[in-house]
Design a binder for this molecule. Structure first.
Ligand code: NBP
Length: 484
């Protein structure tokens, strides 16, 4: 073992332990520390035995064991715990040392911490780590941002432990300034919500409308996973459909239909609302989880409010192909919206994001990994300033091809009373985005009518505002022009 460790890691819960083992397996020497120090000895005498991992029983011992510039990675519970550990580390570290927060931190906290530590001469990196327990051990997707000066020091470790795709391409690269790494990880999680909900709606339509069994749905997902929808989430959904409970019935059918959430989907939607980005698919996915959680109310409502009887008498294969197209098209919309959100955040915060690079960071190691991300990388390689993924020739052609089937599925869901919020709202966004004229002219008229909020005219140049005395009773005074 080297006399000084390459990196120290604080937080020996599931993610921290596995990241340390991953680093040691790749030849790095790591010092492990945990607030409850009994976990340190348990780890050192257990999973870490025989590896290049040393334990520290205090933060002082951890800092003393590190090669300079010291690199200390935090894998503790996001929020106040991160600040508490940073406060304790500051007096122990020197200028030029590096603190890395690898938790699921809300990006404004990372913005704040980068600035706070910069004042003290300490470089702070906030990095998203995706892939859960297994990813942490065998190769996660890592999305670092913050103090770029620290990146050359951290890069060899992070790129070495990250997942690799297309040969030896690491799913880790520099994302951008301040909290950009955590922002991108947050959008990743939001997209994850959307991808999961889309698959759930496909399952519901196949089960409730077409009448397929879990084994038949397993076969459909297996087929879908061989084409455009090839992804980790499709793969696990395929396997879940085939998994049997102890009594031989499909386990999935015995699971209570109320979904939990930890908040990253909500944060993504809040960021979208603040930046004025229509992130409709992820929003619907978050709300679908909220609605699922209202189980008791739904059970009561089902007895009171009725809908159409669901009937299917069409061609099964044809409908399943339409459904595949609908899921694929809606998925394109979801990623298009997520990328618009990142672009608007970059404008707002002055970040320089590498959009193709982000697709490659998500290409392996993480929950949303899929073949499709390679196409997104190509789209941004062709046009780095691409305004919306749907305008790229590959994706616009795919959407064109999927459109008819997508509409048939949305119509079937609506006519048969089966909720498919992400498939349907994505179609509304698609139709809205491709509409030269939306009904916002009437909306502006309404706003001007009741609040003298003014409007612009088609026959005048942009930026010239008009107010009409609609009722004859109001005056000519307009309200201040403002945009929300
Ligand atoms: P947890 O989020 O469960 O955090 C537990 C760790 O935080 C323990 O080591 C605990 O020490 C430490 N900790 C707490 Br709680 N308060 C502390 C404090 N005030 N000072 C010092 N240490 C404190 O662990 P996790 O599930 O491994 O996740 C770690 C981070 O990675 C989180 O931000 C999480 O959101 C993120 N993440 C998790 C996953 C996943 O799949 N679990 C995936 C991706 C990212 P103790 O032992 O003394 O209580």
């Amino acid at each position: 073992m080297k006399t000084k460790s390459d990196i120290g890691l604080i937080g020996l819960a599931v993610m921290g332990e596995n990241l340390i083992l991953n680093m040691a397996n790749k030849g790095f020497t790591v010092t492990a520390y945990n607030r409850s120090t009994d976990k340190v000895s348990h780890f050192i005498n257990g999973r870490a035995k025989g590896l290049t991992i040393r334990g520290a029983d205090s933060l002082e011992a951890l800092v003393d064991s590190l090669a300079v510039p010291r690199k200390v990675m935090l894998m503790v519970k996001a929020g106040a715990a991160v600040d508490a550990v940073i406060e304790q580390l500051i007096p122990l570290l020197d200028e030029g040392d590096i603190i890395i927060d690898g938790g699921n931190t809300y990006f404004p906290d990372t913005n704040r911490r980068v600035a706070w530590l910069r004042e003290k001469g300490i470089h702070f990196i906030g990095t998203g780590v995706s892939g859960g327990e297994e990813g942490a051990l065998t190769g996660p997707s890592i999305m670092p941002g913050g103090a770029v000066e620290a990146w050359p020091e951290v890069k060899p470790i992070f790129q070495c432990i990250a997942a690799k795709v297309e040969g030896d391409f690491p799913c880790c690269d520099w994302v951008g300034e301040d909290g950009a790494g955590h922002f991108v990880k947050m959008v990743h999680n939001g997209i994850e919500y959307g991808d999961m909900q889309l698959i759930c709606e496909a399952y519901q339509l196949m089960k409730q409308y077409v009448g397929l069994t879990a084994d038949e749905i397993h076969q459909v997902f297996a087929e879908w996973n061989k084409g455009d929808l090839d992804s980790y989430l499709m793969e696990i959904s395929r396997d879940i459909m085939a998994f049997k409970d102890t009594d031989g019935t499909p386990l999935v059918e015995n699971i209570l239909d109320t979904a939990g959430q930890k908040g990253t989907g909500k944060w993504t939607c809040v960021a979208a609302l603040e930046l004025g980005v229509p992130l409709t698919l992820i929003g619907e996915a978050v709300f679908a989880r909220c609605l699922s959680a209202q189980k008791d109310e739904r059970v009561a409502a089902a007895k009171i409010i009725s809908g159409p009887e669901s009937t299917f008498d069409g061609d099964r294969q044809a409908f399943i192909e339409d459904l595949r197209q609908a899921v694929f098209a809606a998925k394109i919309v979801s990623y298009a919206q997520g990328y618009v959100l990142m672009r608007e955040a970059a404008k707002e915060h002055g970040w320089h994001l590498n959009y193709g690079g982000i697709a490659m960071m998500w290409r392996g190691g993480c929950i949303i990994r899929s073949a499709f991300l390679g196409n997104i990388k190509e789209a941004f390689d062709k046009q780095p300033g691409l305004a919306n993924l749907m305008l790229d020739s590959y994706f616009s052609e795919k959407l064109q091809a999927a459109q008819a089937g997508w509409r048939r599925v949305a119509a079937a869901a609506l006519m048969n009373g089966i909720a498919a919020p992400t498939i349907n709202s994505a179609l509304s966004y698609f139709d809205g985005y491709r509409s030269e004229r939306l009904p916002a002219n009437l909306l502006q008229a309404q706003r001007d009518y009741f609040g003298a909020h003014t409007y612009e005219r088609l026959d005048k140049k942009r930026g010239e505002y008009f107010h009409t005395n609609w009722t004859g009773r109001g005056g000519d005074t307009a309200s201040t022009t403002y945009d929300v």
